[in-house]
Write a protein that binds this ligand. Sequence first.
Ligand code: CUA
Length: 323
Amino acid sequence: METQSLVNKGSFWFPEAISTYAHLVDNLYGFVQWISVILLTVLTLWMIYFIIKYRRRKGNEVASGQLTHHLLLEVLWTVIPTVLVMFIFVWGYKDYLTMSAAPSNALPIRVIGQQWAWIFTYPDTGRIETNTLTVPVNTPIKLIMSAKDSYHSFFVPNFRIKRNLVPNRYTTLWFEATKVGAYRLYCAELCGDGHSRMTGAVNVVSKDDYDAFLESGDGLDASVPLDIAGKKVYDQLCAACHSVDGSKMTCPTLLDVYGTKRNFSNSESLVADENYIRESLLEPNKKLVKGFAGIMPSFNGLLKDAQIDALIAYIQTLKSEGN
Ligand code: CUA
């Protein structure tokens, strides 16, 4: 099953509406927008008219008496905005309820946000995926979300959904995608220096493809060489913090790690081997490379053994010339 290219169609104002309630958001947004345009136009023209009509000129140089009250005007500028705002409130509140209450048959998927990746855990099989959420089309999905470290925000413009992920509590979100395709997922809460790279995709597939996806195991394609599979895991999970070309990011580069001596601030030095890489994934703070803080989250329970093997195989290929 291929990840399809990301869909970016839509109007001038919005990306294409893909969830069952996206039109609710668009309609209310459109209403508020056009009311604002109309009010701005009418008031501005009215003001210009008065400026011209009552400008200072010969025979009209003295201000008329000070007006302190005008009952009709005051009633109008109180009642009209109040009615308008209450109308928008009731409309918005009804839509908000629709978007808040997930249908009882919704498929629950757990979401964890962490610096800097999305982790999705599927029901029944317990399958775990990173950064790409795969869901069946025309099926209500309920996301049960929490954060590991700082705030994150799950934002899919095509679905018109955005909600914060908060450490130590759950927030929920539901949607029903109406069209097969891949749609961009963003983190919309500044969550550290990898924030802008905390992106992903929601892959909406047919129900058959979804069943096949659930059964396809550890996510590794047996026909792909192990180090290439490892690069895929790296791209999804590690690239936000670790470079592979020696450049300095939040965490140590992975270039020339394998087979070289590593110096730690809280442990004896050693030569990096398979066991060291595995331990760094599962217990990242046990050996901290000198000059770097212990900010990496543990991938214990998130990475399958096959994925760890693939990552090790990939890291072994990362050698600069002469090494
Ligand atoms: Cu996570 Cu911004």
